[in-house]
Design a protein around this ligand. Structure first.
Ligand code: B4P
Length: 191
């Protein structure tokens, strides 16, 4: 089993890199952001509630997220070698819940890979994505809020995984291929 957390500030490349890694390591891709956006597009009850947080740059409440994750963790089967958690956990409470859920299914997380990217580059990437994404959280006002929330609520997750000896920082600057090579090497080095 290989369960990887791809972690970092908004726009660091979590989604981009996860999409490249899943095939190489035969992992199930689980992006909480993507699941939430589908709910929003389908105008479900969860989607309407999630949208009210996402459009303001806030995190969706932990309870809503943890329910979605529980379903994914329990549905894991032998088609995959493990899961790549993309954009989850985003709070220490979510991290504690994830470790508990993995434990309950007799598994565990193996590594948290943080993609480190300076704020000015994150802002540039998200603003340029905003030109075509149609996402209502890719504008300067909401991006600034997301970065603030990241520092206050999400960054502390790093200390949690450092204390479990599962933390690996990776330079997220450079071409998509260069960053991917660094991540693949870090995962290969685990074994
Ligand atoms: P997410 O969908 O996780 O999105 P993200 O942080 O914006 O983006 P990501 O880091 O994946 O960036 P990407 O690869 O696309 O979350 C959206 C929102 O959902 C959150 O703000 C929150 O409100 C909510 N949410 C999600 N999960 C939650 C949770 N667990 N708890 C509570 N709330 C939750 O890359 C960005 C851009 O950079 C792209 O345009 C890409 O092409 C470009 N790029 C990538 N790598 C590059 C590189 N090396 N060089 C240049 N450009 C690059």
């Amino acid at each position: 089993m290989l369960n990887v957390i791809i972690f970092g500030a908004p726009g660091c490349g979590k989604g981009t890199q996860s999409a490249l890694i899943i095939d190489k390591f035969k992992l199930k891709h689980f992006s909480t952001g993507e699941v939430l956006r589908k709910e929003i597009d389908n105008k479900t009850e969860i989607g309407v509630e999630a949208d009210s947080y996402i459009s303001r740059g806030q995190l969706v409440p932990d309870e809503m997220i943890n329910k979605m994750v529980a379903q994914t963790v329990q549905s894991l089967n032998s088609t995959y070698n493990g899961i790549i958690f993309d954009g989850y956990p985003r709070t220490v409470k979510q991290a504690e819940e994830l470790e508990k859920m993995m434990n309950e299914v007799g598994s565990s997380t193996h590594v948290l890979v943080e993609l480190t990217v300076p704020d000015h580059e994150l802002i540039n990437r998200l603003l340029s994505r905003g030109l075509t994404s149609g996402r209502n959280d890719d504008n300067l006002e909401v991006i600034s809020k997301r970065l603030e929330v990241y520092g206050a609520k999400t960054a502390p997750v790093i200390e949690f995984y450092k204390s479990l000896n599962k933390y690996v920082p990776i330079d997220g600057l450079g071409s998509i291929e260069e960053v991917n090579d660094r991540i693949v090497k870090a995962i290969d080095d685990l074994y």
